[in-house]
Design a protein around this ligand. Structure first.
Ligand SMILES: [Zn+2]
Ligand SMILES: [Zn+2]
Length: 253
């Protein structure tokens, strides 16, 4: 689930029995909350009248209540647990205090005070991300950071940095850490085309077989892609499954 990077503040609505202890900060009328990458001002918070609960909430409540009723019936009949202890008494659930009960929350976009308010129905225990009065938006698209453009840019940036890293690894070195693999080191070699350095030719993808995160994570990632391409089917004997404990035969120069 997307969250804006500028706030760690999460709160539940200011209604009793919201599943939270009392005394912690809550969402009130006037609070700025995040919804669908935008900042909204809370205009109203209202309990949903019990006879107007939507079907899914109603059913969830009925399930909860039925479970309680069945338990108490069993207890009254003298049933015991599988280890022969008497059943504990469960207090009867109270519909108006159920912390998954539905509430109406009315929101309006902070920067558009004339826009049409939006009516949402959520659980009273929903955790809203809360923004301070001086929050930040992207100058270009007006979304809260990270906006969709920033997310795309970050992904592209990461991919380019990864391509640069791979291209700088000398032939025959570990595609994880980029360091040489000596004849005394154990290594995992993947047969078939080299997915990360196709220019090295076939049977050249090789990694240190050690616990170091750079090497072992790379093996894990490579193996995943290798299997996705069906290369483990084409090369059924290697290395599949023994990457953490390669045999002598897996050693390479
Ligand atoms: Zn943007
Ligand atoms: Zn390595």
């Amino acid at each position: 689930m997307w969250r804006t990077s500028q706030s760690m503040d999460h709160r539940r609505v200011a209604l009793p029995h919201n599943g939270h202890r009392t005394g912690v900060p809550t969402v009130e009328v006037g609070t700025i909350v995040v919804c669908e990458r935008q900042a909204w001002r809370v205009l109203e918070i209202r309990e949903k009248p019990e006879d107007l609960w939507p079907e899914d909430y109603e059913q969830a409540w009925q399930t909860k209540f039925t479970r309680w009723a069945e338990h108490e019936t069993a207890r009254a009949a003298g049933e015991v647990t599988s280890w022969r202890a008497p059943l504990e008494a469960w207090s009867e659930p109270v519909r108006a205090q159920w912390f998954h009960r539905p509430v109406n929350v009315v929101l309006q976009q902070v920067d558009k005070p004339k826009s049409k308010p939006r009516h949402l129905l959520t659980s009273v225990s929903y955790e809203w991300q809360v923004l301070p009065e001086h929050y930040v938006v992207c100058r270009v698209c007006n979304e809260l950071p990270p906006c969709r453009h920033m997310e795309t840019e970050n992904t592209v940036g990461r991919e380019m940095a990864e391509a640069d890293r791979l291209m700088s690894i000398p032939r025959g070195a570990c595609l994880g850490c980029g360091e040489a693999i000596t004849s005394r080191m154990k290594a995992t070699r993947f047969p078939g085309p080299n997915l990360w350095r196709p220019d090295w030719g076939t049977d050249t993808a090789v990694f240190h077989a050690r616990r170091q995160a750079e090497c072992s994570n790379a093996v894990w990632q490579y193996e995943k892609q290798w299997k996705e391409r069906g290369l483990n089917v084409l090369n059924p004997t290697l290395p599949d499954g023994n990457k953490s404990e390669p045999t002598e035969g897996d050693q390479v120069m």
